[in-house]
Design a protein around this ligand. Structure first.
Ligand code: GLU
Length: 336
């Protein structure tokens, strides 16, 4: 289970924080980022900050800037990112479209992507990371329908056709198993889960599965620590990595922070925005303290600075269940 901690080797661990500026950073995002940051830092690794702003129209103006401010205020730092630059710049996905396009062209040339004229709502969803059961299974009706993208344009009634990944043929070719550093062994038949999944909304509109794979590889990310609602989306990403000849990073999917109703933390559960706590004068150490307590690294009610937790990081004490915060002093574990 703790393979991240035990990994040795020459390559420097490189983790990333990948906020989507679709809303304010809240306790849930902060907890996952804390695990991601500490996982890399505890091994002397590097942290990259990448802004994942492809999700129109949900991207909110100022949210990107505010996410960086909130993270810095909480004690996070990063070696590469939109504000500090780095060898893989730009670190903002909307400025990386040319890179995604090149990857898409490679897949098209290899016959691994095809144009699709199916409903707009369905393919638009491809821009976001598919959280909480949002996956739709595609029946492949456009698979062998068009000889070229231009031919699809004619059939699309003025809309831009999307691009889908052509799953490899053969009974086992679509079954992906991974050894997640936290979640353990996970296996999925991508054909049964999503079918040929979307890669791009239109010729230029890279979707999440393509962008995340392209960026993690380009930025030399060796470990992806994120919420476990994205675990089911990971096998599709692995197929894209294989199709493009890119490495698969180590994955570590940790349970989410949820509301008392068991659903992913959101506005309806009250205001848990970091910016609100900050405006109320709550010290960042109080927030990090309760988040760390929920991971078993200190007692509830203790204050903790993020940097001071580097030596205490372990995946072993993180509870297997989602966490509910009732206040900044206490939390409980969701029992299902
Ligand atoms: N930006 C994505 C999100 O907020 C995270 C994707 C990832 O970590 O791979 O959901």
């Amino acid at each position: 289970m703790d393979s991240l901690e035990n990994s040795s080797g020459d390559e420097r661990a490189t983790g990333r924080l990948a906020p989507s500026p679709t809303g304010a950073l809240h306790l849930g995002n902060a907890r996952t980022f804390m695990v991601a940051w500490l996982s890399a830092r505890s091994r002397g690794g590097k942290v990259i900050l990448r802004m994942e702003d492809l999700d129109h129209p949900k991207v909110k103006p100022f949210a990107a800037e505010q996410a960086l401010d909130d993270l810095r205020w909480l004690g996070f730092d990063w070696d590469e990112g939109p504000d500090v630059g780095g060898p893989s710049a730009p670190y903002v996905q909307s400025q990386r479209r040319a890179i995604y396009r090149r990857h898409l062209e490679k897949l098209v040339a290899a016959g691994k992507a095809y144009p699709c004229v199916c409903t707009r709502a369905e393919v638009e969803r491809c821009q976001s990371a598919p959280h909480e059961g949002e996956t739709l299974r595609y029946d492949g009706r456009c698979r062998d329908r068009f000889a070229s993208y231009d031919e699809a344009i004619d059939a699309a009634n003025g809309r831009a056709p999307a691009w889908r990944f052509r799953l490899p043929d053969g009974p086992d070719a679509t079954v992906v198993s991974l050894d997640d550093a936290f979640a353990g062994h996970f296996e999925q038949d991508v054909a049964a889960h999503s079918g040929d999944f979307p890669l791009a909304r239109d010729a230029d509109g890279a979707g999440y599965a393509l962008a995340v794979v392209a960026d993690d590889a380009a930025m030399g990310v060796t470990e992806v620590v994120r919420g476990d609602d994205l675990l089911p989306a990971t096998p599709a990403q692995t197929l894209v990595q294989r199709a493009l000849g890119l490495p698969t990073p180590r994955y570590c999917h940790v349970p989410l922070v949820v509301g008392p109703d068991g659903r992913r933390l959101a506005k309806r559960h009250g205001d848990t925005r970091i910016a609100t706590f900050r405006a109320e004068g709550v010290p960042p150490e109080k927030i990090i303290g309760i988040l760390a307590a929920s991971c078993g690294w200190c007692e509830a009610g203790q204050m903790a600075a993020l940097g001071d937790l580097v030596g205490r990081f372990t995946l072993a004490t993180i509870p297997r269940s989602p966490v509910v915060f009732s206040s900044l002093d206490s939390f409980s574990l969701l029992t299902r």
